[in-house]
Design a protein around this ligand. Structure first.
Ligand code: NAI
Ligand code: MG
Length: 505
């Protein structure tokens, strides 16, 4: 259903902060280029949807290569000759703090926009996504002006003073997904600006709205024109044009492996710096000697948080054979109690998937799991006929080779795999093309640390799951990506090192 919502449906949606006009539409629609809010050169727009009902809630400019070119040129000018390059780090820090303060002052409005456009529970938008995004701006504000080079003694010559400078990369093209829209924008914009870069960001076509509002707040904070530009539009047009544009010095991408690979191929033509944060099929490994109750609780939140639409989703729950029956009893009982509900109701803990397309993808994998002979022990069905709600689903008796144990489903589907011992666990854990994250539950310190050392993953959690922090590097091994975001590692991704040799002899 893609009709404009009726007033009755919107009464269900109860937007408080975001007023809808008489057609039931939000005011967002223009893109931000060089400090101005503009329509697409082509005049085309596309619908922004509320996944909870499938209703259109805004019409957004459909940017393409013409708009990307204007934005890239604006970002280039802002980087080369605007007030931005003259500003020192402490001044940029103040601006980033101001952005965070304005986000905080408008937190309810932003959270509501996030839920209206994404379908995730309002409670989570308000208590998780927004606070973490605000903290991200503050964390990187703290780094601004503190990204330092080194003085290095040359190995073969005494009479020289040699040092390195860390300089911004330039114009950063940033392409982000729809699962955590504003948070992904913060992860990318904040470190880029802290290091003195300028930005052209393209939100996912499903979720432009909170990022457009963020753009307004950034302008209100006093960011110079052209420092952050927002191009709304589709991947094949706006996204691809951004990757191809010669004035763009770097691409930072979060999304599917398939598109990540296409971006890397395309970026080879201009040798842009590329960082990629891609998918995962992360194992969450439970040993018999762990706290099984706690492990089951975290295993469920590890896969069902954000409706399972997470790159770090603990989508392979692995249980040691000797504890299997006991663990599965707790896990299934708890999973069956979880329900989906109206995303805008503050009591709801699981909302809607992002789109019809994603729901069909997920239901398709559930079908594949059944056909492959896995045992469906919870969920497995769509809920209702409006919106894109899918039951929290658990498959037991999953074999390592099955598609549901190898492919990223990106929905509320857990695959439970039984393992025999430590070596078996490690073999299964490392036996996919991904390497984003891994969890291990055990009270044996030696087992935990040996596993942490040997598992192929960018993040390892011991006796917890899904913890990320703005100060800690995040990224993947193998096909889960290239480069690291967050923490000091992000600063390296957004700067060049320049070596200066001063001859003293
Ligand atoms: P996608 O990779 O197509 O979309 C992510 C972003 O890339 C969006 O902004 C999109 O417009 C852009 N994009 C798409 N094609 C592009 C191209 N040729 N050039 C430049 N940019 C392009 O992901 P999609 O189709 O939304 O989801 C498909 C699957 O991808 C999901 O089921 C999930 O498995 C995975 N995914 C992983 C994410 C993660 O956090 N690692 C986030 C989103 C999706
Ligand atoms: Mg796609």
């Amino acid at each position: 259903m893609t009709d404009t919502a009726t007033n009755e449906q919107l009464a269900v949606a109860t937007p408080q902060k975001n007023q809808l006009d008489e057609r039931g539409l939000l005011r967002y629609g223009k893109m931000l280029i060089d400090g101005q809010w503009v329509d697409a050169v082509s005049g085309q727009t596309f619908a922004a949807i509320y996944p909870g009902t499938g209703a259109t809630i805004a019409n957004v400019a459909s940017g393409d290569s013409a708009d990307v070119a204007l934005a890239a040129q604006a970002a280039r000018r802002a980087f080369d000759s605007g007030p931005w390059p003259k500003m020192n780090g402490s001044e940029r820090a103040k601006l980033l703090w101001k952005v965070a303060d304005l986000m905080e002052q408008n937190i309810e409005e932003l959270a509501e926009l996030e839920t209206l456009n994404n379908g995730k529970p309002l409670l989570e938008s308000l208590r998780v996504d927004l606070p973490q995004s605000i903290a991200c701006f503050r964390y990187f504000a703290g780094w601004s002006g503190k990204v330092m080079g080194q003085t290095i003694e040359p190995e073969a010559r005494a009479n020289a003073l040699c040092y390195t400078l860390r300089e911004p990369v330039g114009v950063c093209g940033q392409i982000i997904p729809w699962n955590f829209p504003i948070q992904m924008a913060a992860w990318k914009i904040a470190p880029a600006l802290a290091c003195g870069n300028t930005v052209v960001i393209k939100p996912a076509e499903q979720t432009s709205l909170s990022i457009l509002r963020l753009g307004e707040l950034m302008m209100e904070a006093g960011l110079p024109n052209g420092v952050v530009n927002i191009i709304t539009g589709f991947g094949a047009t706006a996204g691809a044009a951004l990757v191809e544009h010669p004035e763009v010095d770097k691409i930072a991408f979060t999304g599917s492996v398939e598109v990540g690979k296409a971006i890397m191929r395309s970026a080879a033509n201009t040798l842009k710096k590329v960082t990629l944060e891609l998918g995962g099929k992360s194992p969450n490994i439970v040993f018999a000697d762990s706290n099984l109750e706690l492990a089951a609780k975290y295993a469920l939140s590890g896969i069902f948080f954000n409706q399972g639409q997470m790159c770090t989703a603990g989508s392979r729950i692995m249980i040691e054979r000797s504890a299997r029956d006991q663990f599965m009893e707790v896990l299934t009982a708890r999973a069956k109690k979880m329900t989906v509900g109206d995303p805008l109701n503050m009591k709801t803990r699981m909302g809607s998937l992002i789109s019809q397309e994603q729901m069909e993808r997920v239901l398709g994998y559930i079908e594949k799991g059944k056909q492959a002979g896995a045992a469906l022990v919870a969920g497995g069905e769509r809920v209702g006929s409006q919106g894109y709600f899918v039951q929290p689903t658990v498959f037991d008796e999953v074999q390592h080779e099955m598609e549901i144990a190898q492919e990223e489903i990106f929905g509320p589907v857990a695959s439970v795999i039984t393992f025999e011992d430590v070596n078996d666990a490690l073999r299964i854990a490392n036996g996919t093309r991904f390497g984003l994250a891994a969890g291990i539950w055990t009270n044996d310190i030696k087992k935990a640390l040996t596993f942490a050392k040997n598992v192929h993953a960018g993040t390892v959690w011991v006796n917890t799951y899904n913890m990320t922090d703005n100060a800690l590097p995040f990224g993947g091994y193998k096909e889960s990506g290239i480069g690291r975001e967050l923490g000091p590692a992000a600063l390296e991704m957004y700067t060049h090192s320049k070596t200066v040799w001063v001859e003293l002899g």
